[in-house]
Design a binder for this molecule. Structure first.
Ligand code: ZN
Ligand code: ZN
Length: 599
């Protein structure tokens, strides 16, 4: 199993480690010190050696940070982790803080006086993040001070950084050679008059070099940073390991020890392009200290990586059909088993992963499967543990959100399943969520339209009933890379215009606290729309659906669908049947035929 159900928190060490951290703070003349969950790469998953927040406090959530002061230590966590943090930290030593409602700047200003110094490791915070805190502290006289990582000093048995093998990502899947990608990037640098760009996102580097790695769970990347110069050289800095399997492109690409990165930065000439949102503030500080001009600009790989080429889209289609066949085997098992009773959330996760493994192509799951039954379904980022594991009972809805990492593509799918007969209110809400999902699937929109403009389409049927959901409608998805990839999103916060090749999730939902949750998620890819006979002569875009797994007909109130929506669903189910018929077992084929019957 990739997924585990244990909670590894150890609150018993927290107080003693905090005492030692405070000793280091005093030695440095600091009144506070930041311990973020993030590492230098600002991704969702960190290596064991970077799990400083968990090591210090016991809190293992995927976001948050601790600010240690002389007599108080706040553990800042968002809404997902309010309950978890209380179970994981020693509450005599640490104080949970509701973040982002309470922000670090004002929290510090309330507790420290003018002249106080708060330390942070400049490799673990972005320039944008530190700027926000410094702005909030402006009138307080409290100073943010970059310093050594004090946790690393007291963490004597800290694991070594990962140095897993690096493998080639074949060009027939990548669709473009490293040389071609590098040429295009260099041309953009020259056009912008920039002498170099700093890449600090591992998925950008792996995309550029057509390589994949295994340094962290769920995201198949090698951790590293890179400098690309306008002379066409790419210098990659990573923990030393065998790079011979990669050998990408002659003398234009070289590998060096990540320990040498800072020195290489100081030898550049400006202007150097740095991404304010993702690069550690150490990068811009080193450049500025050397008098090298910094130009803030988006990671130059972000957009080309987001615009999938034909080979990547073809790979994604193949990965989705393979994944869908595994899902259909799972759903066949589910319907045959759930009626017998006694099935738990962990049983669902285990069975689903074993069906994906049976494809013999699964490299990893793309994130921890969310299997939330009944009230657990209302917790949007629920992850089942031995302590929270719940037995399914009649009348429950189950939100099942999962995905796989395959060499040809990354998948992410949510289906909501009934246990026995679902109530009318649940079915009405499910049908509204479905109408929103269909509205996005069928949308046509002119070029220039961004996620912010489309987000409301997914919510409109819910809004009419005074219902809504507290997450974005969709996120970008990588090509055998991160399941959450920017810069495009379907969200009222996203002004990035959608472009052909961009893969997104389409995942409206509805959540009633303490009662039930609903989410339906397909992945979609932006395509050029075919112009209807009467259409204007201007460029329109549309979405092609990538996910083909039936949507549970037992949860649909057919009368609430308009004829166009019903046609879409019937045609979608016809496609599911056609595409998956030859890929599933005999019992699953029988199940599929029933599940795809027209409404
Ligand atoms: Zn999902
Ligand atoms: Zn998703």
């Amino acid at each position: 199993m990739f997924q585990t159900f244990e909670t590894t928190a150890d609150p018993t060490q927290g107080a003693e480690r905090l005492t030692r951290l405070r000793g280091e703070m005093r030695a440095e003349g600091l009144d506070g010190f930041f311990v973020p969950r993030a590492d230098a790469y600002q991704g969702e998953y960190v290596a064991e050696c970077d799990a400083r927040l968990a090591w210090l406090t016991g809190f293992t959530g995927s976001a948050g940070f601790c600010i240690a002061l002389a007599d108080e230590a706040g553990v800042f966590v968002d809404g997902r982790y309010r309950a978890q943090v209380r179970g994981q930290v020693d509450l005599d030593a640490y104080t949970p803080v509701d973040w982002p409602e309470i922000k670090p700047g004002p929290w510090l200003a309330e507790r420290l006086s003018s002249g106080a110094k708060v330390g942070f490791d400049p490799w673990l915070h972005t320039a944008g993040e530190i700027a926000t805190i410094e702005t909030a502290l402006k009138r307080s006289g409290i100073e943010m001070v970059a310093c050594d990582n004090l946790v690393d000093r007291i963490w004597s048995d800290r694991p070594a950084p990962p140095a897993e093998p690096v493998v080639d990502h074949p060009v027939d899947l990548a669709g473009q050679t490293t040389a071609a990608k590098l040429d295009a990037l260099v041309e953009r640098l020259r056009d912008a008059g920039q002498s170099a760009a700093i890449l600090t996102a591992p998925d950008s580097i792996c995309w550029l070099l057509n390589i994949r790695g295994n340094d962290i769970p769920r995201v198949p990347v090698m951790q590293g940073v890179a400098i690309v110069t306008d002379a066409g050289k790419c210098l990659v800095f990573a923990t030393p390991r065998d790079f011979s399997a990669v050998a990408p492109g002659g003398d234009t690409i070289a590998f060096a020890d990540v320990a040498d990165f800072a020195e290489a930065l100081s030898e550049l000439t400006g202007p150097v392009r740095v991404d304010k949102a993702t690069a550690p503030i150490a990068v811009s500080r080193i450049l500025e200290d050397e008098g090298i001009e910094v130009e803030w600009g988006q990671d130059p790989c972000a957009l080309p990586k987001a615009r999938k080429n034909e080979a990547e889209v073809a790979g994604s289609r193949a990965a989705h059909l393979r994944d869908a066949a595994a899902l259909v085997e799972f759903l066949t098992w589910y319907d045959a088993t759930v009626t017998q009773g006694g099935i738990t959330e962990i049983d669902l996760v285990t069975e689903l992963e074993s069906q994906r493994r049976a494809t013999n192509a699964l490299r990893d799951i793309s994130f921890e499967t969310i299997a939330g039954s009944g009230p657990n379904g209302a917790i949007m980022h629920y992850r089942v543990t031995r302590e929270t594991n719940r037995t399914l009972v009649d009348g429950d809805l189950v939100v099942l959100d999962s995905g796989g990492q395959y060499a040809d593509g990354t998948t992410d799918i949510t289906r909501t399943l009934p246990v026995g007969d679902a109530g009318d209110e649940e079915r009405a809400a499910f049908t509204r969520v479905l109408k929103g999902m269909i509205a996005i699937s069928r949308a046509r929109f002119p070029t220039g339209v961004a996620g912010a403009h489309l987000d409301a389409l997914a919510r409109y049927p819910l809004w009419l009933a005074h219902q809504d959901f507290n997450h974005g409608t969709g996120h970008g998805v990588g090509s055998y890379l991160s399941v959450h990839e920017g810069p495009q999103r379907l969200s009222r916060l996203s002004d990035v215009p959608l472009e052909p090749g961009m893969i997104l999730s389409n995942e409206p939902g509805y959540y009633r606290d303490g009662a039930f949750g609903i989410r339906i998620e397909n992945l979609i890819v932006v395509t050029e729309a075919v112009r209807p006979a009467t259409g204007d002569d201007r460029a329109f875009l549309a979405f092609e659906t990538l996910t083909f797994v039936p949507i549970d007909r037992r949860l649909i109130l057919t009368d609430m669908l308009d004829p166009g929506e019903r046609d879409w669903l019937n045609s979608y189910h016809r496609s599911c049947l056609e595409k998956l018929s030859g890929r599933v077992s005999a019992p699953a084929h029988l199940w599929l035929t029933r599940a795809c019957a027209p409404l």
